[in-house]
Ligand binder design. Structure first.
Ligand code: UD2
Length: 316
């Protein structure tokens, strides 16, 4: 890796869906990037475009076991880590309901390991991928950041606990941090292969193949689907932002029901996939829509990609 004057940024989970798009943007905008990924869901293919580029270094590392050992040889060669984007996580709400201890170890434990590294080495900024799942079932819509959080899943609890840890490290150990509450992120490279995958990746994959779509519940539940390119803009802005302890929703401010989403995807595929229903999943929220004033006013980001444009890019 050359060009030592370029700022060095660590992206945990950098081989994953949101992570690999983040890596693309950071390298394109003049950074050197170190990806930490255990490749449990991440893929080297997502980073293939940088395979021979010395601005990217990839270290196999499970953040829930600590990051000091993986980063020691990197920093010995390249100098200190300036900033960290912490995305590595177990991303499924449903999985967390079935496996709360795993969720806590990976999602909360992983965050503590990142924070310990940041504290010990004087990292200038940590940007953390939190989630709309911290809110639980709220009555105020669109949901503002300062509403009382009442998560209804281990996933939401662990993301909220991570936020509290970030706040604690910011106040007590002067580790500057921003935590972004992602709503439902979608786009190219989202892996449809697991039953826990994001609904758009599953529906797109099946509709393209003319297979049926299964809706959990009556399909009246809503989500605020935000395109990955807009999410990366929020991450990049948070990395640059000189403020600490900022929390911001990352969504569009619009919601769509899962039933309407299914119909839209089938229509875009010009297909005839049947839409059927199965029982609703435990631990899920019913309605979700972001208030986005803070994203715009503090970070200067507006999620401009329409759902249909984003779906077209996803469907390829
Ligand atoms: C997403 C994120 C999660 C968190 C949360 C924030 C994923 C995989 N998870 O959880 O990390 O940030 O948003 O609110 O992106 N559904 C179907 N049929 C299917 C699959 C899903 O009906 O085949 C429904 C599902 O029951 C739910 C909705 O689609 O009502 C969205 O499900 P999801 O798994 O894509 O995402 P969610 O909201 O549980």
């Amino acid at each position: 890796m050359t060009a030592p004057s370029l700022p060095l940024v660590v992206v945990t989970g950098g081989a994953g869906f949101i992570g690999s798009h983040t890596v693309d943007r950071l390298i394109e905008s003049g950074h050197r990037v170190v990806v930490l990924d255990n490749f449990s869901t991440g893929k080297r293919a997502n980073l293939a475009r940088w395979a021979t580029d010395d601005r990217l270094r990839i270290e196999v590392c499970d953040v829930s076991h600590g990051i000091f050992a993986a980063l020691a040889p990197v920093t010995a060669a390249l100098g200190p880590v300036e900033r960290i984007v912490h995305l590595a996580a177990q991303v499924s709400v449903v999985h967390s309901v079935a496996n709360p201890l795993v969720d806590m170890q990976v999602n909360y434990g992983g965050t503590l390991h990142v924070l310990e590294y940041a504290r010990a080495t004087g990292v200038k900024k940590v940007v953390f991928a939190s989630s709309a799942a911290v809110y639980g079932d709220v009555t105020e819509m669109p949901v503002p950041e300062d509403i009382k959080c009442a998560p209804v899943s281990p996933y939401g609890i662990d993301k909220l606990a991570s936020e509290l840890a970030l706040d604690y490290y910011a106040v007590v150990h002067a580790v500057p941090a921003t935590w972004l509450r992602f709503f439902n992120v979608f786009g190219p490279r989202q892996d449809p292969s697991s039953p826990y995958s994001g609904v758009i990746s599953i529906f797109s994959d099946r509709a393209r193949a003319g297979k049926g779509l299964t809706i959990f519940g009556d399909g009246g539940q809503t989500r605020d689907f935000v395109y990955v390119g807009d999410v990366v803009s929020a991450i990049a802005a948070a990395l640059r932002d000189g403020n600490s302890r900022v929390v911001a929703n990352v969504g569009t401010g619009r919601e769509i029901s899962v039933l309407e989403l299914a119909r839209t995807i089938v229509e875009l595929c010009a297909g005839s996939s049947a839409i059927t229903h199965a029982p609703a999943r435990a631990g899920e929220i019913l309605k979700s829509r972001a208030r986005v004033d803070r994203l715009r006013d503090v970070l200067g980001v507006v999620a401009t990609t329409s759902l249909v444009d984003g779906l077209r890019a996803t469907l390829g």
